[in-house]
Ligand binder design. Sequence first.
Ligand SMILES: Nc1ncnc2c1ncn2[C@@H]1O[C@H](COP(=O)(O)OP(=O)(O)OP(=O)(O)O)[C@@H](O)[C@H]1O
Ligand SMILES: [Mg+2]
Length: 382
Amino acid sequence: MAKVVLRDLTKRFKEVIAVNNINLEIKEAEFLVLVGPSGCGKTTALRMIAGLEEASSGEIYIGDRVVNDVSPKDRDIAMVFQNYALYPHMTVYDNMSFGLRLKRLPANRPWPLNTRRAFTRHEIDQRVQSAAQLLGLGGLLNRKPKELSGGQRQRVALGRAIVREPKVFLMDEPLSNLDAKLRVQTRAELIKLHRRLGITTVYVTHDQVEAMTMGDRIAVMSSGLVQQVDTPLNLYNHPANIFVAGFIGSPAMNFVNVSIDQDNGKYIACADGFQVTLPASQYDHLPNYAGKQCIFGIRPEDIYDSNLEGLIKQGDGNSVKVDVDVVEPLGNDVEMYLKAGNVPLIAMIDSKTRARTGDTLDVLLDMDKSHLFDKDTEVAIY
Ligand SMILES: Nc1ncnc2c1ncn2[C@@H]1O[C@H](COP(=O)(O)OP(=O)(O)OP(=O)(O)O)[C@@H](O)[C@H]1O
Ligand SMILES: [Mg+2]
């Protein structure tokens, strides 16, 4: 186990800046998820930690040691890729033990006798057996990869990394080849595994649901920059900017271009056909924005049908009249596409709602869960 620290880390490929001066401290035994859209620099960051890609500038620490000039095999990391390749002609056992069998240490003798095996046959066997047990592969050790399901193969690839007992695991979308159900299962297995082994892990995904369910903390990246690093709940409740607010959560947060007006000591956010009173608890942040344009944010799950008793109270200017455009039942909830004047809103409404396509409806916004962003900087005002 070791912490991993990235200091002012940058990677340029000619004119492309794949990773732009990122700073990140991954604590010992932490499970940190790097998440962001395609092309934002996740794989490049991971490959620099692994030593497969040289940093253009900045430092990488594993433990207390700067590893920029340390070769990948000496960094004490194990990497699991999206396209893990198992050796098709080898059994599960041999696939898992292969790396250990190859590993040799210098033995201070003249070539060709100048290395010795790093692990005895007995040590290798112990590690493979215990990893196989951990991963539920015990009965499959003599099979070849083609005799396994996708999920089992994925676990062999993990097993191959586990037997090395690294200080750090680096995983690049390791579940993306699995079907939806198996992905959820393997996700849960990976979390259990991490709890058990406590190995510092950096896990890359572009899937925000995976990030939310797996990460102790999440680093959200876009365009080579780390936008915010925090626990899943803090990212969800307190996104630092519009990018993070829109990326975390599904369906995504609604954004409304509003002007901020003052009326009788209250702050009102207005758009054509949309008007709400901002929560008094946030007034400290607002004086500089009176009379200005801002971006108001509300998540679909924080919009309620006012006809349903007891879910939320009509309060201080939190009611909005909307037309119901589309109603999509999802089981527990109904996803509704609404229009407040010209403002489109998506809402997740309790399935007890009677509202149908074409109806007019009063919805209530849970204003304590609302967000406001600066229009120019896109940074959260509250
Ligand atoms: N070897 C390379 N040469 C030139 N450009 C590269 C190279 N590798 C990556 N890039 C560019 O760097 C940027 C970041 O790529 P990277 O693979 O790190 O993205 P990613 O976040 O892993 O995306 P994805 O989710 O699609 O895997 C992209 O614009 C990509 O085109
Ligand atoms: Mg990638």
